[in-house]
Design a protein around this ligand. Structure first.
Ligand SMILES: NC(=O)C1=CN([C@@H]2O[C@H](COP(=O)(O)OP(=O)(O)OC[C@H]3O[C@@H](n4cnc5c(N)ncnc54)[C@H](O)[C@@H]3O)[C@@H](O)[C@H]2O)C=CC1
Ligand SMILES: O=C(O)CCC(=O)C(=O)O
Length: 388
């Protein structure tokens, strides 16, 4: 029986993927795995039994990744599972940033008691003129699952698109429309785009990514969309540039006290992934990742350990998390040989400071041998999964 702790509302369609071997709720203790959306785990007390955390979504800045790696906790996310939902809201934001839709709705609402409302509305509409997006240039910073979707959709709407991503993945590069232009520097995005949308992760290198230096280079009246994370933008610098008209409109999915109630700033309550389709997709993918890891030790879509996905070919599988240092495999193999244990299959992959090893054997691996591996230098954790 596996215990799963739920730290946010996770879609039932996803949870239904768990069979009778799984028990899950929000009060679970001694959990084998955690399913989480945006709840912060930075102050969370990780129990000894915790093996995996699955983020039903893309961004993992709510999870202390380094601490998890040190403890041998594998962290998963669900790449692309909510990208369409975010793309649709970004497209909505593009229109909101261009046409004075919200301002005009607010104004019409004030006309409730006007007996000549139709006439008054017609008369006042000239205050709410806003440009079309067709033919304008959109800069997309970050060409991952969401950025590529946004870029392709904007091209279909008749926009010119410039994309910037020095680390673009192969799949994203294949998926990106051939009509998107490759910006070789951020300067090109800042200086040439009428609209800029940012789709990169929040981490120590990207905090305050859009700051005074960036705003200073942008076109007057540029529209900026941020559906990635609030801290990618330096709000102090932003407010100065909204006040002086350099930034014509800022639309973000992330609330901050200083941004609320400001003219030309529209804040949504982190709604990007809040569609039934996206919530189901993310939850299903996260649950499948957890099941595959707990039952078979296979790692798919981890953000802190290498992906390793091996078919089960034997009764016993040892899953070993170790530091990425020399001699670990040699020592384990020697221990197996010393105890006359035959290795059917062995895979070792590394990622940064850590590595993951799967050993399949049809022999019984006694507890004392597991403990000897566990106590060896460089070993973080050892788990034996026996298939009946
Ligand atoms: N508003 C919402 O509800 C949601 C927000 N997000 C946010 O959007 C972000 C992006 O999501 P996905 O596209 O799914 O992630 P992704 O991992 O598919 O794409 C991120 C892209 O950013 C690029 N990148 C990283 N650092 C960069 C830099 N310094 N300059 C330019 N490009 C850089 C990467 O190469 C990658 O292609 C997430 O990290 C998350 O914070 C994601 C889903 C929902
Ligand atoms: O789960 C959510 O609603 C937030 C989604 C998100 O921000 C992400 O996937 O990075």
């Amino acid at each position: 029986m596996y215990n799963i702790k739920l730290l946010n509302k996770i879609s039932k369609i996803g949870l239904d993927v768990f069979d009778e071997n799984y028990s899950y709720n929000e009060e679970m203790v001694n959990e084998d795995a955690i399913l989480v959306r945006s709840a912060s785990l930075h102050e969370y007390d990780f129990g000894e039994n915790l093996k995996a955390i699955a983020r039903a979504g893309a961004g993992v800045n709510n999870i202390p990744i380094d601490k998890c790696s040190e403890k041998g906790i594998v962290v998963f996310n669900t790449p692309g599972a909510n990208a369409n939902a975010v793309k649709e809201l970004v497209l909505c934001a593009l229109f909101l940033s261009s046409r004075k839709i919200i301002e005009s709705i607010r104004w019409v609402d004030t006309l409730k008691d006007d007996q000549n409302v139709a006439k008054t509305a017609e008369k006042g509409k000239s205050n709410f003129v806003g440009p079309e997006i067709e033919g304008k240039t959109l800069g997309v910073i970050g060409l991952g699952a969401i950025g590529v979707n946004v870029a392709n959709a904007a091209i279909k709407l008749g926009m010119k698109v410039k994309g910037y991503d020095p680390y673009i993945g192969v799949n994203a590069a294949w998926a990106l429309s051939k009509h998107a232009k490759h910006a070789i520097s951020l300067d090109e995005i800042y200086q040439e785009c009428d609209y800029i949308t940012i789709h990169i992760p929040s981490n120590s290198e990207t905090k305050g990514f859009l700051n005074q230096d960036a705003f200073a280079q942008m076109k007057d009246g540029v529209k900026i969309l941020n559906f990635a994370r609030g801290d990618l933008v330096n709000n102090e610098d932003l407010l100065v540039n909204v006040a002086n008209g350099k930034v014509g409109k800022y639309i973000s999915d992330f609330a901050a006290p200083e941004l609320i109630g400001q003219e030309n700033i529209i804040i949504l309550p982190h709604l990007g992934a809040s569609t039934p389709e996206s919530e189901d997709n993310c939850a299903k993918m996260a649950v499948k990742e957890v099941i595959e890891y707990l039952e078979n030790g296979n790692i798919i879509n981890s953000v802190n350990f290498p992906d390793v996905n091996q078919a089960r070919i034997s009764k016993t599988r040892l899953c070993i998390i170790n530091k990425n240092v020399p001699n670990i495999l040699a020592n384990i193999s020697k221990l197996f040989a010393d105890h006359n244990l035959n290795i059917e299959n062995m895979v070792n992959r590394s990622r940064g400071e850590y590595a993951y090893t799967i050993i399949d054997t049809n022999d019984e691996v006694r507890q004392d041998i597991i403990e000897r591996i566990e106590s060896a230098k460089g070993i973080v954790s050892v788990r034996s999964i026996v298939k009946e």
